[in-house]
Design a protein around this ligand. Sequence first.
Ligand code: GUN
Ligand code: ZN
Length: 430
Amino acid sequence: MTQHLLLGQTLGFSGNPLGGWEDVTHHNSTGGVLIADGVIAAVGDGATLRAAHPDATVTDYGNALISPGFVDAHMHYPQTAMIASWGKQLIDWLNTYTFPEESRFADRTYADDIAGRTLDLALAHGTTTLTSFCTIHTASVDAFFEAAATRNMAVVAGKTCMDRNAPETLRDDAKSAYDDSKALLEKWHGVGRASYAITPRFSPTSTPDQLAALGALWAEHPDCLMQTHLSEQLPEIAWVRDLFPNARDYLDTYEAFGLLGSRGLYGHAIHLEDREVARLSEVGAAVVHCPTSNTFIGSGLFDLMGLASAGVRIGLATDTGGGSSFSMLRTMAAAYEIAQLRGTALHPAQLMWLATEGSAQALHMSGQIGHLGAGAAADLCVLDLAATPAIAQRSARAETFWDALFPTIMMGDDRAVRDVWVAGQRVAKP
Ligand code: GUN
Ligand code: ZN
């Protein structure tokens, strides 16, 4: 059995740092990560691991930081080619840019091209797990899972269901959404590193019948995740109120149809009522913070600390292509800026946790991915903390590890990603 020993700085967590980072954060400036059979076998002091495993192949990354690969908890792979489309807010942005692009995924060849392109871009940015919406087309789901399997990546995805308020070419119906989702789930869920997520896009594009059908499917397969959008923009929320006059609030449009649960992932969740926060916390659901999207589409300022202190689980995501970057470093920077606008300075430890362990917990994959510890998949991202002249001159002045890491969080991108490992194999740089 070949063992690899990676030497460098390491950063791990023994708990959630959002309530206080010092006691649960473990940094080692001369650390080591031992990999065997695609899994992390040990994390510890580099020299000690080297002496204990003399036959291991050693890669010495020096001062670079060996982190778990980033876990993107909400994105849309079919929107990769239209990222950074100018000038619209949510509903106009969907109608102008998103729906026409998603219509192209009727063509399997196009879906294969964009699925592979997205996964390669993710890896180049140090992201080893994506949680993606696909399109209405079942082949778009096959394309994504097949491309991920080729790369041995752990991914979560599902067919996006819509049976109203979308172009004809992008509409299914309640029965076909149920049937297609069920068939895809049975085909992919738990196969290799694939997980299926039941995926109603958001309540404006699903009839009550469709929401109920997908709620029934989730009840039949409670080990699956369910992903959707929640309370992203104020005009969207007003529209939901018109479409569902009997609902107590936006979350209730899911709750009433069996679409609220601990394995639910609710993207954005910016403008929440107190009842919605209480229910999300009570059922153990996760909200997903999409900060570059929330500023790019003009949605609002996510209340990270308020939700965390209410006990709501939180993941972090790019929301490509509403989000404006493929980089989880850039995403952490945007999360920092939004928290500043709400009066909180997130610590680098808290930002790194959100992009790795926090997202993994949201996906119920804690300890399997996003974790630097024995037993987790050896999905790793090695960060050069002096990757550009601007970052290097700033980190050269740093007196602490955190002060050396923070410029990479704020100014880093794919240039900071020195190496990526997926399931114990080093990924060749393109
Ligand atoms: N709400 C419904 N669909 C979408 C989408 O594709 N992107 C974003 N940001 N919000 C949505
Ligand atoms: Zn989204």
